[in-house]
Design a protein around this ligand. Sequence first.
Ligand SMILES: *Cc1c(COP(=O)(O)O)cnc(C)c1O
Ligand SMILES: [Zn+2]
Length: 398
Amino acid sequence: MTTLQATSSRLQVLNCAACGAPHTAFTLQRVSECCAQPLLAHYALHEPLSREQGIDTAENSMWRYHAVLPLLDEANRVSLGEGWTPLLPLHRLGARYGLADLLLKDEGQNPTGSFKARGLSMAISKAKELGVTGCIIPTAGNAGVAMAAYCARAGLRAVVVMPRHTPKAFKEECYWYGADVHLVDGLINDCAARVRELNADGALLDVSTLKEPYRLEGKKTMGYELAEQLNWTLPDVLLYPAGGGTGLIGIWKAFQEMKAMGWLPATAQLPRMVAVQAATCCPLVETLAGHQANCHSYVGQPTIANGLAVPRPLGEPLMLQVLQESQGTAISITDEQMLEGMRELARLEGLFVAPEGAAVWMAARELLQTGWLQPNERMVLLNTGSAQKYLDNVEGRY
Ligand SMILES: *Cc1c(COP(=O)(O)O)cnc(C)c1O
Ligand SMILES: [Zn+2]
């Protein structure tokens, strides 16, 4: 087993998300040994690290924050230029709905067309650093494409397991990157079962959402970027399309880290976080509403927002914690509503957003109607992907 030495990185230890038990950060880890729950990377942030020292402003990617990322040797960085995506004001859409301060962070501009690039750039860099030779992933689409691309760039073997009904463009791109692709009848949880069979000998690193500690660290850079792009202020509300939840959990983790380092004032008001799900697969909404104790036996159906078809997310407790701590909420949106949102963003703003991103906008509209959101609040919509790979789902519906 590869055991690494701590270098200039501030990475200190990995803690079990359920009980806090420490795990070494210098060997390959998956979920916690104690509770089989996600491991959260902890950094030594007590030694002063100013924003000036901590941000590599010459680097126009998520790696500008490498001082607070877990890679020990930057030679292991596997990058395609992910992150540092634009935060766009939506003037025409805002004007139509009387919104003074509506912004969209466009993650569709990432390599491979979604924010999965951030998580997988980080995870594959760490896999390379830890001597891994191949990776496997159950995916609703975008994570598999991103993993295949970063594995190609790192020279690692890639095995991708996705639902058979996934739009053709996701499968095709994986083949181009040289991945082995397995198709499964069902949703991502059924793909996870196939991954366990295919990787029974453990020869490949399973980079499923939150089953290794580092995709989360890549996703957290969205929180850092948001603060930097808003000149070290934060919005009142942040709306996020939640599947497995890495982005939601990661952004919240970034806010805590920035407070700990003094990059944000300790008293800074953090945004209310909104988890947006699909009406046909909304385990978090159901748990929050008290209709079930947890998602463990939730049954979901497909949606045109493939990334939201995650019926039993391992990170549910962490997502619920973020919603509670931020005084946020969870809401579900139908596929028809998503198409309406796609049309509005396309025609009024020139943005061809994934159905997941459109869901987030439609959630804002709903929450304005119920009075949960006020028109004068600063709101950020997180558009997680481009619609270009979803044509099988949305073709002709403009
Ligand atoms: C994966 C995905 C999501 C959900 O992200 P999680 O980190 O799993 O919550 C949302 N939108 C798109 C486009 C995705 O690919
Ligand atoms: Zn534990």
